[in-house]
Design a binder for this molecule. Structure first.
Ligand code: SAH
Length: 214
């Protein structure tokens, strides 16, 4: 019921896409946060998940999924197709992506969060989700190219591997600080047959993208 109310609030806030609304309705956000934070799980706030990281606000997660979905066009059977997620964190967004796609590869650089996400997602028997412990700045070449790439951490440049691993017809959504003195914005990159098209959207506040593993 509180989940229902969260989804209704998001819809009032502008979330329209039925596939996203349905996924957010299906995945219990409270099961991905610390027991002490369960009461706050359906408020529209970022919550700590340990190791200095946060699970993003539901409205921001919904917005990213909607941007990804809006880029679908030719992608397989009305889904996000094969997805690369950078920054698994607690696995909440991974579970949402799993509802909307054919396959999800999700990379996390912090071992303890990788373990936590695996535990959270084990309840779901998601055969089409692969969790990877590693540096997401390198993408995951063995399963490239991806129809959808989404990052939950932002740097001041997009790692070249992400663009290399984006399929023709595919879409990438990531937070990015595009210039000196400017904060993060959501950036969308579409790969067309003839090259990349970039658009910038609203300001956001994601944790920093870091290289290497921890
Ligand atoms: N979508 C996640 C949000 C987690 S916050 C959730 O639902 O919980 C972003 C995550 O990105 C953090 O866990 C952080 O450790 C991770 N991260 C940062 N840089 C990374 C990198 N280079 N490769 C993989 N993960 C990275």
């Amino acid at each position: 019921l509180v989940r229902q109310r969260m989804v209704e609030r998001l819809a009032r806030g502008g979330l329209r896409e039925p596939a996203v609304v349905q996924a957010m309705h299906q995945v219990p956000r409270h099961a991905f946060v610390d027991p002490a934070l369960v009461q706050q799980a359906y408020e529209d706030t970022a919550l700590p998940i340990g190791h200095g990281q946060t699970i993003s606000k539901p409205s921001v997660v919904g917005r990213m999924l909607e941007l990804l979905h809006a880029g679908l066009q030719a992608r397989s059977a009305g889904t996000l197709g094969r997805v690369l997620e950078i920054g698994t964190g607690c696995g909440y967004q991974t579970a949402l992506l799993a509802q909307m796609s054919r396959q999800v590869v999700s990379i996390e650089r912090i071992g303890a969060l990788f373990d936590k996400a695996r535990e959270h997602l084990s309840a779901w028997r998601l055969d089409h989700v692969r969790l990877v412990l590693g540096d997401g700045m390198l993408g995951h070449a063995p399963l490239a190219p991806y129809d959808t790439i989404v990052a939950a951490a932002g740097g001041d440049a997009l790692p070249p591997a992400w663009l290399d691993q984006l399929a023709v017809g595919g879409r990438l959504v990531a937070p990015l600080a595009p210039g000196a003195g400017r904060g993060q914005v959501l950036v969308v990159i579409d790969r067309h047959a003839h090259g990349l098209v970039r658009t910038e959207h609203e300001a956001v506040h994601f944790v920093p993208l870091r290289s290497g593993t921890a």
